[in-house]
Design a protein around this ligand. Structure first.
Ligand code: AKG
Ligand code: FE2
Length: 389
């Protein structure tokens, strides 16, 4: 029970579950879109079933997670994020922080396999045909993965690649549903994901984004007290997040507007969908990047594994540009008082820094603040100090 001097507002106490098979039925599509609108504007967190990602694709990857994390320490450390200016690779237990506190989890970060585009300041060939300036530090976020040797974990690279491709295509289909729920033409956001979708003009064509996939292990807590698996936060790595919770260990919780933590337990075969800071900023808070956290498993539980897929956006896209795609009627749906509410989590005001507008800079800031050692090694102290000041 919540005891409060202010009248308690009605708010969500459980998360909606949307059956995406309704999208293919002329009679049920309208119902699905109504449910989606409610999930978007009232909750900012939902489960999806019948999402079209084959069970075999999911299980091929999830079956390999225990062995991945059980690789010898020298093999895991050989894949350390410290090797990677793209913040891709392995982070050992409690090496990452949220709100200045250690997250009691171990993780591998992977991404759409893409080559480096960043160029050092030297030389004249600094841009591509579109005039994009690849000497900007945030372009350095983009680059290839670190894979374990195939004989160390046979089939892992293929399983992760298949999973990436399937969830990427789910994410594009889901964005089409959102466009319909917003009342804008289906395909409006294709510009962000499918270069050249609407324009043959080289300067207008975007770079295809790099999506990120985290493979996470939360070991059981070392004491009776459940530790911080990951601290309260809003996602800032992308546009939408598609989270797969492996097995049945609980721990994910979502904050409602009354300040209550609502459990988001694993539901077999579903993905959890939520919205990143860029989405909240683009909709001016009409759709929230809802705050969530993970409590580490109890001391007597099994480890918990999870796989968030963060749908990427072009790094040179600006918040003002994205906003121009969202109708005023949608942006004006922001509920009073919420956009600026201090939730004691990384919030949108830190994301929308007046010093910059591009998503690349917001993301560089985010990566540098959660992995300071990687930031200092590859980006240097002045840049780290700038982004963390
Ligand atoms: O592990 C989970 O269930 C959620 C992880 C999460 O919120 C994140 O990594 O951003
Ligand atoms: Fe998250």
């Amino acid at each position: 029970m919540i005891i409060s001097t202010a009248a308690t507002r009605e708010d969500f106490v459980s998360l909606p579950i949307l059956d995406l098979s309704g999208a293919d039925s002329p009679t049920e599509r309208g119902v699905l879109l109504r449910q989606l609108r409610s999930a978007l504007f009232n909750v900012g967190f939902l489960y999806i079933t019948d999402h079209g990602v084959p069970t075999s694709v999911i299980s091929s990857l999830t079956a390999k997670l225990p062995a991945l994390f059980d690789l010898p320490n020298d093999v895991k450390n050989g894949l350390s994020k410290l090797n990677s200016p793209h913040f891709l690779g392995y982070s050992g237990f409690a090496e990452e922080t949220t709100l200045g506190k250690q997250d009691l989890r171990e993780q591998f970060d992977y991404a759409t396999e893409l080559p480096v585009v960043f160029r050092e300041q030297k030389g004249s060939d600094r841009s591509d045909r579109s005039g994009r300036d690849f000497t900007k530090p945030y372009w350095r976020l983009r680059g290839p993965n670190q894979w374990p040797a195939e004989d160390m974990l046979p089939g892992f690279r293929q399983a992760l690649t298949d999973y990436h491709d399937a969830v990427q295509s789910l994410s594009y289909r889901f964005v089409h549903l959102i466009e319909e729920a917003f009342g804008i033409p289906i395909g409006t956001f294709d510009d962000f994901f499918l270069p050249g979708a609407h324009s043959a003009d080289v300067a207008a064509v975007r770079m295809p984004p790099q999506h990120r996939i985290k493979l996470i292990k939360y070991p059981p807590s070392s004491s009776e007290h459940r530790g911080q698996g990951v601290g309260a936060h809003k996602d800032s790595s992308g546009w939408l997040t598609f989270l797969y919770q492996v097995g049945d260990e609980q721990g994910l919780e979502v904050l409602n507007r009354n300040g209550e933590w609502i459990a988001a337990p694993p539901i077999a075969g579903t993905f959890v969908v939520n919205f990143g800071n860029a989405f909240e900023a683009a909709t001016e808070g009409a759709v929230k990047a809802t705050v969530h956290r993970v409590l580490a498993p109890t001391s007597t539980s099994n480890p918990r594994y999870s796989i968030p897929f963060f749908q990427g956006l072009p790094l040179d896209l600006t918040v003002s540009e994205i906003r121009s795609y969202i109708p005023r009627a949608v942006r004006s749906l922001r509920k009073q008082d919420e956009y600026t509410t201090n939730t004691n989590a990384d919030n949108v005001s830190a994301f929308l820094d007046p010093r910059w507008d591009s998503l690349g800079e917001s993301q560089l800031r985010k990566w540098i603040s959660s992995h300071g050692d990687v930031g200092r090694k590859w980006y240097g102290d002045p840049l780290v100090d700038f982004y963390t000041s």
